[in-house]
Design a protein around this ligand. Structure first.
Ligand code: BGC
Ligand code: BGC
Length: 940
């Protein structure tokens, strides 16, 4: 991070003219017979003169004419200006000058960014004008904070890019303005007021450049929440999901909150459900901690909450939350701190720390925690209790899934430390074994409860009860610090390979790391029998089913940066070949047809009927599981991509080849030869699902053709390099010469709807005859629904609106098959017809890459940020269902393969054709090419 300038607000930062303002308002109030006080004055901080007057009027239940308002504002200002004569350097706030001097000595530029029209005279009276390179004041720009204009003006005058500026502010509106300007925000004051800044100090006293830099560096790795808002708690639960590649837990509050949706899912523990066939069973809850202070049960909507902050540290995967709580008006005040960590160093271990410190008064503190099987999957129950056990130190639950008979044990061991004697107890309610710790604490004293959780499915142990119990106890013996250290070390090594550094764009940097993090925690680290679902393990959306999202959108990042995880995900497909063969046979085809939605064993689990999104009395037939056949080519594409990047020949020989070859058999047998002498796939769905049951989807046909060609190449490679394996597979998969000859015919005569003159591709037969899009509606910035929701399913299908790019996706995947001109023609046609805003979340990252390829820099960045914000800003209002995994993986591709322009060639060498967004000053990342770590650092 490069910090080149700091912009200081005046009032409350460099000096405190609040007192002068206060006296001026008070005098006006007295003269006009209005009530005013220091409390009311506190609310005027950072507020414009007019708005301040309004607050005062409202307080007094008074109305005023515009004339009066103008006159009163003027009068107050005159009093204020007159009082400024009294300002002297003694009014400088402690620490301000020393800090500014340190900055200047370090070569950092400084500016004033104050909304006041009197700023210059105040600065002069304070005798600090010589310490500021630029003065931005009430005359500089029109729009006040929270608009970013003033700070952008100052940055421009300083000649420093916004992302290299930090703003020092004491007002909430000023922090908002800094964030809107794309600058770093340094807040001065309480958490309530400036908690949304990147870093916060009480005042500038003692603040150093090093402290600010450390705070900002921290912020570039931290997703933070400054206010708990029940209205978006489900969204926040999703983005605060933590996990370790074996299981993930949503970020629900330890003490619970009405309407919350706590959940934890472990890979492979599927159970049956109606409609969607199967889903991962929500585990018995281990994240809960009940807290009583003097008998009052903690909840965020009760008592007084202050100094609230929740944060996810992406470097270590630790989720924490701190706040002060006062249960009753005259009661004690306590500081609470919760921490949750799923160990990346161990597939079965998680930690929960709870700390209570009494700040004021004395309090009886009672903490209760355990495991709880009163859980549901949005109303469905998956567990039968087998047994439970409790003691003062360890509790466990032994459960079995209702339909699939998976046994699972969740155990928890607890240790406590306090500054006062602690009483231990346990409770044995059915399905909720728990331990309890109580202490009577005086002011300053604290109680810490550490919980060591072990989650052991029978898939991992013969005796999961014994295993979970001993694991939890061993963890408790090792201690919280040791386990955290092991987790930290595991994360450090992940980030060493996987970090993508973006400089010049604060929001993009954090979003990049957040999205990588969410995929790493969901990626199967300890099994090759699981993969990443469309919503990861962070919610109930799509019931954890695995789609093409995995191979096309997510896998590339892992293939380049953590190839072992990519291999696990592909092995999942390999192990599921029997399911795919069953599907092909069931449809009367040969070979292996992968399911559109895949779960435990690779049989098709796409629902066939679901309720209509707008009218719950209607059912909608879902055709994807029947006819979205491109998934089989997508899986093969993933295999080839992994092989290309890693050069893992042994894996290709033993596993990858079989996936590719048997998938090819499917495509050859499913292609229909018709009277025109061409092969067709009729009645299919392409990536753009606004149009279903269509013929000759070019994406599908071209990918099938690519798949068949690729299979022949793989076969030739096997024959050359591994003749034994070649013979074996040819026999097992019945790859007779006749069959291969048929493949060649299909390849040669595949119907591809591309205009030979212009290069324009028709997405499917008849697409160009559809009604064109209504650009005014499609590009209306106020639109909040998808085009399908607006026009209804049939209505939308009759238009050229696209849910996601379909032709462009094909051109992305097979770049060598299209000229630059062909890409441009199709981009110009299809990009404007795509529902980028509310169509599929898969679209934007790919659109960003294609925009790069045609040199549409502005479009590329817009698309990129749409993907970057998908979950952090909940742009589609459905992040509560879980992380948009494909968007997350696509974001990595857009950065590295799009802006970075990385190309890995067949001989293993690589080149970059980078074109960074104009304000990015650096893009750096690492990847493995054929097993060798490569480092890229682009500074335009
Ligand atoms: C998209 C599919 C995607 C699925 C799961 C759908 O809305 O159209 O392309 O595979 O979501 O993310
Ligand atoms: C998606 C399909 C999916 C279906 C059922 C739709 O919203 O677009 O890809 O198969 O839901 O889960």
């Amino acid at each position: 991070m490069e910090l080149r300038a700091l912009i200081f607000d005046l009032d409350g930062v460099i000096t405190d003219t609040a007192e002068y303002h206060y006296r001026s308002w008070q005098r006006l109030a007295d003269e006009e017979g209005m009530r005013f006080s220091r409390e009311i004055n506190e609310r005027l901080r950072g507020v414009s003169r007019r708005a301040s007057l309004q607050i005062m009027l409202d307080e007094n239940g008074r109305a005023a004419t515009e004339e009066q308002v103008t006159e009163w504002m003027e009068r107050k200002n005159n009093y204020y200006v007159a009082s400024l004569d009294e300002i002297t350097p003694a009014d400088l706030l402690p620490g301000a000058v020393a800090f500014i001097q340190e900055l200047r000595a370090a070569g950092v530029k400084t500016a004033l960014g104050s909304a006041s029209r009197n700023a210059q005279s105040v600065i002069d009276r304070l005798a600090v004008a010589h310490l500021l390179d630029v003065i931005a004041d009430g005359f500089s720009v029109e729009r006040p904070k929270p608009e970013p204009d003033l700070f952008l003006w100052a940055a421009d005058k300083l000649g420093v890019a916004p992302a290299n500026c930090a703003v020092v502010e004491d007002a909430a509106a000023g922090i908002d303005a800094a964030l809107a300007a794309g600058m770093w925000a340094v807040g001065l004051g309480p958490q309530e007021r400036v908690g949304h800044a990147h870093v916060r100090f009480d005042s500038l006293e003692g603040v150093t450049l090093a402290a600010v830099l450390a705070g900002l560096e921290n912020a570039a790795w931290t997703v933070a929440e400054a206010v708990f808002d029940p209205a978006n708690q489900l969204h926040k639960e999703t983005i605060f999901t933590v996990g370790n590649g074996a299981f993930c837990a949503r970020g629900s509050l330890e003490e619970g909150y009405p309407g919350d949706m706590p959940a934890c899912f472990v890979h492979r523990v599927w159970d049956d459900m109606p409609i969607n066939f199967t889903e991962l069973a929500n585990l018995p809850r281990w994240t809960g901690v009940d807290v009583w202070i003097d008998g009052e049960r903690l909840r965020l909507d009760r008592g007084q909450v202050s100094a609230y902050r929740r944060q996810l540290d992406l470097r270590s995967g630790v989720l924490s939350r701190s706040f002060h709580w006062q249960p009753g008006e005259d009661g004690p005040v306590v500081a609470l701190h919760f921490e949750r960590c799923t160990s990346l160093a161990d597939p079965h271990t998680a930690l929960v720390r709870t700390q209570v410190q009494v700040l004021q008064g004395a309090a009886e503190v009672r903490l209760r925690t355990g495991v709880d099987d009163h859980v549901e999957n949005t109303g469905l129950l998956h567990w039968r209790r087998i047994d439970q056990s409790q003691s003062e130190d360890v509790v466990w639950l032994h459960e079995r899934t209702r339909a699939t008979d998976h046994d699972l044990v969740v155990a928890a061991a607890v240790t406590a430390a306090a500054d006062a004697p602690v009483t231990a107890a346990f409770s044995d309610a059915d399905g909720q074994p728990a331990v309890e710790r109580r202490a009577r604490l005086a002011a300053g004293q604290s109680l810490t409860l550490d919980k060591f959780v072990a989650i052991v499915p029978d898939l991992d142990a013969d005796d999961p009860v014994a295993a979970a119990q001993s694991k939890a106890q061993a963890a408790a013996a090792a201690g919280y610090a040791a386990l955290c250290a092991a987790n930290d070390a595991a994360w450090t090594s992940v980030w060493q390979d996987m970090d993508v550094v973006i400089e010049g764009d604060i929001e993009a940097q954090l979003a990049m790391r957040f999205n990588i993090f969410q995929l790493v925690i969901a990626a199967p680290r300890w099994t090759e029998r699981a993969s990443i679902g469309a919503k990861t393990l962070s919610g109930f959306g799509y019931r954890h089913h695995v789609f093409w999202d995995t191979e096309i959108f997510i896998l590339p990042m892992f293939a380049y940066a953590q190839p072992e995880l990519a291999r696990n995900m592909l092995m999942y497909r390999y192990h599921n070949l029997p399911g795919a063969r069953q599907k092909a046979a069931g449809n009367g085809y040969e070979g292996a047809q992968f399911p559109w939605e895949s779960a435990a064993d690779g049989t098709e689990v796409t629902p066939t009927w679901v309720t209509h999104f707008a009218d719950p009395t209607k059912l909608v037939r879902i055709w994807t599981g029947d006819i979205e056949i491109h998934i089989t080519a997508d899986v093969a594409y993933g295999v080839m991509q992994y092989w290309h990047v890693t050069g893992d020949d042994a894996w290709m020989r033993d596993h990858g080849a079989e996936i590719v070859l048997d998938g090819a058999s499917f495509f050859a047998s499913a292609a229909q030869l018709e009277e025109d002498g061409r092969y067709h796939y009729r009645n299919v769905i392409g990536p753009d699902e606004y149009h279903d049951r269509i013929d000759d989807n070019t994406f599908t046909n071209a990918m099938a053709k690519w798949h068949l060609e690729t299979a022949l190449e793989v076969l030739a490679w096997l024959e050359r390099q591994h003749p034994d394996k070649h013979g074996q597979l040819a026999a097992a998969l019945d790859l007779s010469p006749e069959r291969l000859a048929h493949w060649l015919q299909v390849i040669d005569a595949m119907a591809i709807l591309q205009d030979p003159e212009t290069g324009l591709i028709e997405q499917f037969a008849g697409y160009f005859d559809l009604e064109d899009v209504d650009i005014a509606v499609l590009r209306d910035p106020g639109r909040t629904k998808s085009m399908q929701a607006l026009l209804d399913i049939e209505g939308c299908a009759e238009t050229q609106n696209l849910k996601q790019p379909d032709v462009l996706m094909l051109q992305y995947l097979l770049p060598n098959r299209f000229t630059a001109e062909q890409v441009r023609v199709n981009y110009d046609y299809y990009d404007p017809r795509t529902d980028h805003e509310h169509g599929s979340s898969l679209g934007p990252s790919i659109s960003a890459i294609m925009a790069c390829r045609v040199g549409d820099a502005e479009g590329a960045y817009q698309h990129f940020m749409r993907a970057a914000r998908a979950d952090l800003r909940d742009v589609r209002h459905n992040a509560s269902d879980g992380i948009h995994a494909a968007s997350a993986g696509g974001l990595w591709q857009a950065a590295v393969l799009g802006f970075g322009g990385l190309q890995l060639h067949d001989d293993g060498s690589w080149t970059m054709q980078s074109q960074l967004p104009h304000h990015w000053t650096r893009l750096a990342f690492k990847f493995y090419a054929r097993g060798q770590l490569q480092t890229v650092d682009i500074r335009p």
